[in-house]
Write a protein that binds this ligand. Structure first.
Ligand code: PRP
Length: 217
């Protein structure tokens, strides 16, 4: 890990190389499933910025891109309320739609946004997430395309933030608990969602990280 980040991060959970390989595999699966019709990619702001850019540049099929801005407010997200900060502008009625998010955690965000899109009458609606943190799921929802299954760690980087920081890291890392424990109400941004108690020994090495299934549905 670059020395600059050692103070804040425990470890790298997913390396740049692992991300690149897995995103390539996801793109291939999506390309195969969506071939033949123009698709609409709907991406959730802000955490998808890097994943989305890497994913869609590998899709050689016609697509249109739009964004929905949504944020969960409230520590731990259990009491978190969703706030829409940008609405969809493209029409998705009768379209093949891919909804992209960076992480599926409690599932509240994806479930709510998926229902919102479904109500607009797409021909087909599929979901794609880079990370799936099944341990904290509250809603009954799974994504159609999953990059990596991850344990209940507080992860940052490759678009994911804590209090709007760390999004620029080219890898996914595990934030040191003291960073989010010492963070007070002075933080600008409230994006952090500390994991429910977790022992350090539960952290897997990146090599043991198992990619999630790539759906062909
Ligand atoms: C994060 C993340 C997902 C959502 C997942 O968004 O980007 O959209 O939380 O959590 P859930 O499954 O528990 O709903 P956040 O509100 O932190 O905004 P951000 O994308 O701007 O970081």
């Amino acid at each position: 890990m670059p020395p600059r980040w050692r103070k804040d991060l425990e470890r790298i959970l997913i390396t740049e190389r692992q991300l690149a390989r897995r995103v390539r595999a996801l793109s291939r699966a999506i390309q195969r499933d969506f071939a033949g019709r123009e698709m609409v990619v709907v991406s959730l702001l802000n955490g998808t910025v890097m994943f989305l850019a890497d994913l869609i540049r590998r899709l050689s099929l016609p697509l249109r891109l739009d964004f929905i801005g949504v944020s969960s407010y409230g520590a731990g997200a259990a009491s978190g309320e969703l706030v829409f900060t940008k609405e969809l502008r493209l029409s998705v009625r009768g379209r093949d739609v891919l909804l992209v998010d960076d992480i599926l955690d409690t599932g509240k965000t994806l479930a709510r946004v998926r229902a919102k899109l479904q109500a607009l009458g797409p021909r087909r609606l599929r979901t794609c997430v880079l990370l799936n943190k099944g341990a904290r799921r509250v809603e009954k929802i799974e994504a159609d395309y999953v990059g990596f299954e991850i344990p209940d760690f507080f992860v940052v980087g490759y678009g994911l933030d804590f209090a709007e920081r760390y999004r620029n890291l080219p890898f996914v890392g595990v934030l040191r608990p003291q960073v989010y424990h010492r963070a007070g109400p002075d933080l600008d941004g409230v994006g952090g969602k500390p994991p429910a108690g977790l022992a350090e020994s539960q952290c897997p090495s990146p090599r043991r990280l198992r990619p999630g299934p790539v759906s062909s549905a």
